[in-house]
Write a protein that binds this ligand. Structure first.
Ligand SMILES: [Zn+2]
Length: 320
């Protein structure tokens, strides 16, 4: 089974007021996350992957650089590429109205989701984002993920128009994902639409029977381990894991969140320790989509693994 460790890399100023004053500290936190114990944003993510000999897919959000300058985006791209990982395109169109000059008439009002934009506007945003990444040092974009997973059917037409051949924007448990594609596409298995290969975010059934995205910050290490093992046992061929540049940081701070750090370490050690079972892969070159057997058997985790997550969440609430 191929496993994709995907990271959405984005910078936020935690509000839209006083952006220029807030940006330097925001960039420091979201990109480096410096603390007394180390740099737990991108540097630690890259260090842990490297230590385990694993390669990731980094969906980098470039639109913020349309506001603050390409040199900031170039720092991010350089760090990721220097470590041999895949840089791909992520778009948070919340930034669109902050970019000057405006990219198209109507770009002056804030619209959060890509699905709120027309086909032509989505094409402009994809091309602009890709151009920013090219100017920042990465001119080989072949894969895409919409911010907040908020793609729609026009997104696939836009991707085809732009020659982007792979997408990982579908998320069965995210209400904004593929709103006009529900019931039409399979949100759980790879498939093609408009000539674009779609690799949905992996969702598994937790020990309480609830659907859960395979996200490092949202699952216990045992849940991720058991979901991976059950997926492989069920004949699933592609497993997409999600994390972010800021997931190992405590909310709103630069301090490492020990629980998430340990989970990510455990996940990487588990994958690195079972290379015959799990092939940690990139989205470039684009993986082939085969016929999956046992499609009805979703990945799942047991009760103890899920209870461990609940225990971790409780510990976080009690001890910060
Ligand atoms: Zn995002």
């Amino acid at each position: 089974m191929k496993v994709y460790l995907t990271f959405d890399i984005e910078v936020w100023c935690d509000g839209w007021e006083s952006l220029d004053e807030r940006f330097p500290a925001s960039f420091e936190r979201y990109v480096y996350g410096r603390s007394k114990r180390g740099q737990y944003a991108l540097p630690k993510t890259l260090e842990i992957l490297d230590r385990h000999g694993l390669k990731g897919v980094f969906f980098v959000e470039p639109l913020f650089a349309g506001r603050f300058g390409i040199e900031h985006l170039a720092i991010i791209v350089e760090m990721i590429q220097a470590a041999g990982h895949d840089v791909q395109l992520h778009l948070h169109p919340e930034w669109t109205d902050e970019i000057r000059p405006l990219l198209f008439p109507g770009a002056n009002r804030k619209r959060q989701h890509l699905s709120y934009y027309t086909l032509d506007e989505q094409i402009v945003l994809l091309n602009y984002g890709r151009d920013l990444l090219a100017r920042a040092g990465c001119d080989r974009i072949t894969a895409f993920r919409a911010g907040s997973f908020a793609c729609n059917s026009d997104t696939y037409r836009a991707l085809r128009h732009c020659g982007i051949i792979l997408d990982s924007s579908l998320n069965a448990v995210h209400p904004d994902s593929g709103v006009d594609l529900r019931g039409m596409l399979d949100f759980h298995h790879p498939q093609q639409l408009e000539g674009v290969s779609i690799f949905p975010m992996t969702v598994f059934r937790d020990g309480l029977g609830k659907l859960r995205p395979a996200q490092v910050g949202a699952c216990s290490a045992a849940e991720l381990r058991e979901a991976l093992e059950s997926a492989a046992d069920n004949g699933i061929q592609h497993f997409v894991v999600l994390s972010h540049n800021f997931e190992m940081l405590k909310q709103g701070r630069c301090e490492p969140d020990g629980i998430v750090v340990r989970r990510f370490e455990e996940l990487c050690a588990f994958l690195a320790g079972n290379p015959d079972k799990f092939e940690v892969s990139k989205f470039s070159p684009a993986p082939m989509i085969g016929i999956e057997s046992g499609q009805k058997n979703m990945a799942h985790a047991g009760m103890a693994a899920t209870l461990r997550r609940h225990g971790e969440q409780l510990a976080r609430r009690l001890f910060g």
